[in-house]
Design a binder for this molecule. Structure first.
Ligand code: SF4
Length: 376
């Protein structure tokens, strides 16, 4: 199974689609090494995330603790602190590093509230390549503001011979946001079609399957049902900076336990977890995030392999693209079925309009719910 460890809610970006940075945790109360040691070995994949994980002074120690417990250890980062990442990559060259980039140049900087952010990210990536990193990549969140630049970002990743991961704008309690809606769903979805085709042209098998994940994102962007049921709480969980274990980072009512106070076995095999999984099975949120989509397309029997239907889609459409024929998107996506939102508010850039942050109470594990939201 997969695990995401939210190591901190401190962040040095000011993203328009995430307010984590406004609610930083106090470093003295963030999840410690002793608690992380309680995790068992044998995870397929562990993601060290945040906030911004490079702000943790003990990041190398965190990696040292989690590296032996996972087949793949990832750091999800904004890439603004390249020197910190370089130290990690020099020690663990096969660690997976994904640097968030949300547009080319000024677009990235405006969306993410990062002055000179785009240049710093590209520089950090080149530094990690030179340091010998073997699993490097960029990660982009599709939104109206950057969708016209996604093809360029993909080409930039290809040019540097690194991976390109994608997701789409969504709401989550963790982000303290409920206005992350796409303004023009059809326009954004149509642009993703081009990326799907580009990805199937790649010679990398991994990228072909990423094309399928992007097909799922098209459905998600249009507000349609997810392609496969969510298996959060079973195949993937989140741990927050206070050690609280959640099925996902979207719903704060899916709390399974606390790793500081309980053992992993008590949490994962307990009655509370069972109840949470029942709620996941009937969850109306309909997300298609990397964590929940990646596990959902896996084969039930062999985690390394995809579901048969996914494999068939990939092989069939790879063949079409290779023969120079277009992908018949209308066969998979119903463009007459588009969710209309009552509430679509223009998000502002914190690069030009600063806002204050407020330290989260030291021991508080209460998330302030900013209002109702639906991820459809
Ligand atoms: S579909 Fe529901 S359970 Fe699954 S990630 Fe989204 S909110 Fe969480």
């Amino acid at each position: 199974m997969d695990l995401s460890v939210i190591t901190t809610y401190r962040c040095n970006s000011r993203c328009s689609m995430c307010n984590i940075w406004k609610h930083p945790t106090h470093p003295d109360y963030e999840i410690d090494i002793e608690t992380l040691r309680k995790l068992p070995d044998g995870f397929d994949y562990v993601n060290v995330t945040g906030g911004e994980p490079t702000l943790r002074q003990d990041l190398l120690e965190i990696c040292g603790t989690l590296y032996p417990k996972a087949k793949t250890l990832e750091i999800s980062t904004n890439g603004l602190r390249g020197s910190v990442l370089e130290k990690v990559v020099r020690k663990y060259p096969d660690i997976k590093i994904r640097i968030s980039v949300d547009g080319v140049g000024e677009t990235n900087d405006t969306v993410r509230g990062e002055r000179g952010g785009f240049e710093k990210k590209v520089e950090a990536m080149k530094r990690l390549i030179a340091a010998g990193g073997t699993d490097l990549g960029f990660a982009t969140t599709f939104q109206d503001e950057n969708i016209d630049e996604v093809a360029d970002l993909y080409r930039m990743a290809e040019g540097l011979k690194v991976e390109f991961a994608t997701s789409a704008l969504h709401n989550a309690f963790q982000f303290h946001k409920n206005d992350n809606y796409i303004y023009d769903r059809v326009r954004v979805a149509k642009r993703v079609e081009g990326l799907v085709t580009d990805m199937l042209r790649s010679s990398s098998v991994k990228t072909w399957f990423r094309a399928y994940m992007n097909l799922g994102l098209i459905a998600k962007i249009l507000g349609q049902d997810r392609l496969h049921p969510c298996t959060q709480g079973t195949d993937s969980v989140f741990i927050d900076p206070w050690g609280d274990v959640y099925a996902c980072n979207v719903r704060n009512d899916l709390l399974m336990g606390n790793l500081r106070l309980q053992t992993w076995e008590e949490i994962y095999h307990g009655l509370v977890a069972e109840n949470v999984r029942a709620q996941v099975a009937n969850c109306p949120q309909n997300c298609w995030m990397v964590s929940s989509a990646k596990t959902a397309i896996r084969n039930k029997h062999v985690a390394k392999l995809p579901k048969l239907a996914v494999l068939q889609w990939v092989l069939w459409n790879k063949l079409r693209v290779t023969l120079g024929r277009p992908i018949d998107f209308d066969r998979y996506i119903d463009y007459s079925d588009v969710r209309r939102d009552k509430r679509v508010v223009q998000r502002r850039s914190y690069l030009t309009k600063p806002d204050k942050k407020q330290l989260q109470p030291a021991e508080s594990r209460r998330y302030v719910q900013v209002g109702e939201f639906f991820n459809r």
